[in-house]
Design a protein around this ligand. Structure first.
Ligand code: SAM
Length: 238
C-alpha cells in the first residue's frame, strides 16, 4: 500500500500514525482486496480511493472536539469495518463493538480482528432494532458512529439508544446531512438527543464534501425506542 500517501494525508490533519499502525492499514487494505473477490464488501477498489474514502474519511470523526480515546465505541452498520476499524487502529485504547446485520461481513471482521490483533474489539451479528433493546448494549457506549446506513431520522433511532447519557452519536454524512438534520430535529429530541456540533470537511483529490453531525445524549431514550425490526425505516419518526 502507498503508506507514505496515507501518512502524509493524516499528518496534514495532525494525526501521526506509527509504523506499526501504517502496517495495519496496509494489511487491512490487502485483506479487503482479497475478500472482495469472493464477497461484495466494498465498491471502492482502487488503492488511493480506499485510502481517501475509507481510511482517511473514517478518521474525520477524530476532528470532533472532546474526543477521548479511552472510551467504549459502537459502530452501527459497520460493513467492512468503517469507520470503526480505522478509529481503533489509531486509538488502540478504544473498546470497539462493530455491529452489522449481515453475517458474511461479521466473518470478514472476525478474521480481520485476529489478523490485526485488535484487542478490545468485537464484531457482533445483529440488528440495531434488537440490540438497542438488549441491556448488554443499551446506553453503554460513550460514542456511537455510523456511516452510510440510513437517513438521519432513522439512524438516530438506531443509534441513540446505545449512547450513555452524556455520550455522543456521530453521523458521518455528505452535504445532504444538513437537510436530513432539519427533518430529524424533533425525532432526535424525542430520542433524548441534542445537536452538539456539525463539522464539514472536504476530502483530498476528488474534493467530495463530508459533514459530521454530532448529537449529544442529554436524556435517556424512552423504552419504546428502537421500535421493532423494520419499523424505524418503514415509518421514520417525524
Ligand atoms: N458503514 C460502512 C461503510 O460506510 O462503508 C458500511 C455501509 S453499508 C452501505 C450499510 C451497512 O449497514 C450494511 O453492511 C448493512 O448490512 C448494515 N445495516 C443496515 N441496516 C442495519 C440495521 N438495522 N442494523 C444493523 N446493521 C444494518
Amino acid at each position: 500500500m502507498k503508506k507514505d500517501f496515507l501518512k502524509e494525508l493524516l499528518e496534514k490533519s495532525e494525526i501521526y500514525p506509527t509504523a506499526e499502525q501504517l502496517e495495519k492499514f496496509a494489511v487491512f487494505q490487502e485483506e479487503l482486496r482479497e475478500w472482495n473477490q469472493k464477497f461484495n464488501l466494498t465498491a471502492i477498489e482502487e488503492e488511493e480511493e480506499i485510502i481517501i474514502k475509507h481510511f482517511y474519511d473514517s478518521l474525520l470523526g477524530m476532528k470532533i472536539t472532546g474526543w477521548q480515546s479511552r472510551s467504549r465505541l459502537l459502530d452501527l452498520g459497520t460493513g467492512a469495518g468503517f469507520p470503526g476499524i480505522p478509529l481503533k487502529i489509531i486509538n488502540p485504547d478504544l473498546q470497539v463493538t462493530l455491529v452489522d446485520s449481515l453475517q458474511k461481513r461479521i466473518g470478514f471482521l472476525d478474521h480481520l480482528i485476529q489478523k490485526l490483533q485488535l484487542t478490545g474489539t468485537q464484531a457482533v451479528h445483529g440488528r440495531a432494532e434488537e440490540m438497542g433493546q438488549n441491556k448488554e448494549y443499551r446506553e453503554k457506549f460513550d460514542y456511537v458512529v455510523s456511516r452510510a446506513v440510513a437517513k438521519l431520522s432513522v439512524l438516530s433511532e438506531y443509534c441513540l439508544p446505545f449512547v450513555k447519557p452524556g455520550g455522543k452519536f456521530l453521523a458521518y454524512k455528505g452535504p445532504e446531512g444538513l437537510e436530513e438534520y432539519n427533518g430529524a430535529k424533533k425525532a432526535i429530541q424525542e430520542l433524548g438527543g441534542n445537536l452538539y456540533e456539525m463539522k464539514d470537511f472536504v476530502l483530498p483529490k476528488q474534493e467530495s464534501k463530508r459533514l459530521i453531525i454530532v448529537i449529544q445524549k442529554t436524556a435517556p431514550t424512552p423504552g419504546r425506542f428502537p421500535r421493532r425490526p423494520g419499523i424505524p425505516a418503514k415509518k421514520p419518526l417525524e
